[in-house]
Ligand binder design. Structure first.
Ligand code: UD1
Length: 429
């Protein structure tokens, strides 16, 4: 199994191109199931999760074609992929595929809307909490779906099609909003989704569905209005830049000090996180279609954060921000309100010398003068990159095992860091 070796102490200086967003690309790929036409997605990142979902989609009858490199396109450009599903040949998403990635459960929406049936295994994914699917089921049931859970599978049916309805999510869920919105595009009549997620990835999916002929309004307001149509058609859509990757490299630069241009990053996708980074004493400026992050020798100031649904501080940046706070000049409090078990990085950060105490849903971080490299283990996707960030500022070498978590969500991580002067490399055992 591969390991990542990080030798700390170097400042980050240079340019990091920001990839297309994994969490937008996944639902967009799934949306291709809604039409017989061809959905062309541009700027798709090259990641393990994208490859897994391609395999899952082919099982349902999706053909895909990856466009070759074009003149003038550097090695870091995302891929353009054509997805077409002339016919859905299988409405079952089996356990061995769905258990690898939670987002693959989301095929339930399009399969049900287009075929009137779906049999989808209950999901797996990152071990960051219990992550139930009750909201997915409730919202589909509100649209008239019959639902049973049997042998680890959700069996959904809507013989005469789904019917639009009003549904209020009791809790904000990104995945359930994606699924309900996709399903409602082909339902009869109007669906109103209240307390819906407003994450940029939800808005990106709505934009793509509209390009495919869906009638959607209010996707950025928390109340989404969808008028069902008889069918959707093909379209071309560009995946938005990855706000979590943006925040991760911004936090890494704040951690090491230095000066990095995050090329293609958009500040409106992560204003709360950029504000928190600013409050640590780091400069954050818009520049030439990107964001420049810089910090000199000033101390890192402690900042309290609480994760919340968008536009709040994203849970997917919590572990990275905690890594930064381990070297702050003073005490900070990091509260997690989205997932109940998302502090598994705490014990690994402690191995590097971090001083962190857990108190229920909060972590109290006392900044230390220095961290020391050590062997650590990646526990989930975002936690694993927090260990890289801590390693960049630690004395000596940090060796991170189980890096398959990183490959699920960070494109060319070692290369992006190395090009800015960091010592990050991969070894195979
Ligand atoms: C998505 C992102 C993930 C991010 C999360 C929150 C993808 C592939 N994943 O995950 O990276 O961390 O949003 O921004 O885009 N919940 C229920 N019942 C449900 C569904 C969710 O109780 O039926 C709860 C979850 O346990 C959690 C909260 O709602 O406590 C938010 O989860 P949700 O927004 O659904 O996260 P995901 O869509 O799985």
């Amino acid at each position: 199994m591969d390991k990542i070796l990080v030798s700390g102490g170097n400042r980050l200086e240079g340019t990091i191109p920001i990839s297309g967003a994994k969490n937008a690309a996944l639902p967009l790929m799934i949306a291709s199931l809604l039409t017989e036409g061809t959905l062309v997605l541009q700027n798709v990142p090259h990641l393990a999760d994208i490859e897994s979902l391609k395999r899952i989609l082919t099982n349902h009858g999706v053909d895909y074609r990856v466009e070759g490199k074009r003149r003038g396109q550097g090695g870091n450009g995302g891929k353009t992929i054509h997805f077409s599903t002339p016919e859905i040949v299988d409405t079952t998403a089996p356990y061995d595929l769905v258990s690898r990635m939670r987002a693959s459960f989301w095929v339930i929406g399009p399969l049900l809307a287009r075929m009137g049936e779906a049999r989808v295994s209950l999901p797996g994914g990152c071990a960051i909490g219990t992550r139930p699917v009750d909201l997915f089921l409730e919202s589909l049931s509100a649209m008239g779906a019959g639902l049973e859970v049997e042998g680890g599978y959700v069996i959904a049916s809507a013989g005469s099609g789904l019917t639009g309805n009003r549904y209020k999510f009791p809790k904000v869920s990104v995945g359930a909003t994606h699924v309900a919105m996709m399903a409602a595009t082909l339902a009869k009549g109007e669906t109103v989704l209240q307390n819906a997620a407003r994450e940029p990835e939800v808005i990106d999916l709505a934009r793509c569905l509209k390009a495919m002929g869906a009638k959607i309004e209010g996707e950025d307001s928390g109340t989404i209005y969808i008028q069902g149509v008889d069918e959707l058609h093909g379209a071309t859509h560009r995946v938005l830049p990855d706000r979590i990757e943006t925040g991760t490299y911004a936090i890494a630069t704040a951690m090491t000090g230095g000066n990095v241009l995050l090329e293609g990053a958009q500040d409106n996708l992560l204003e709360t996180a950029l504000d928190a980074i600013r409050q640590t004493g780091t400069r954050v400026e818009n520049e030439n279609g990107g964001i420049r992050i810089s910090r000199g020798n000033e101390p890192i100031m402690p900042v309290d954060i609480t994760t919340e649904p968008f536009p709040g501080f994203p849970t997917d940046l919590q572990a990275q921000f905690m890594a930064l706070m381990t070297k702050a000049k003073g005490r900070s409090c990091i509260s997690e309100t989205i997932f109940e078990n998302r502090f598994m990085h705490v014990q690994e950060l402690a191995r590097l010398g971090a001083d962190i105490h857990l108190d229920g849903q909060s972590a109290i971080v006392e900044g230390v003068d220095h961290l020391t490299g050590a062997p650590v283990m990646a526990t989930d996707l975002r936690a694993s990159v927090s260990l890289v960030i801590a390693g960049l500022a630690a004395e000596g070498q940090t060796e991170i095992s189980r890096v398959y978590h990183l490959d699920r969500g960070f494109e060319n991580l070692e290369e992006k860091f190395s090009r800015c002067g960091a010592s990050v490399s991969r070894v195979s055992e």
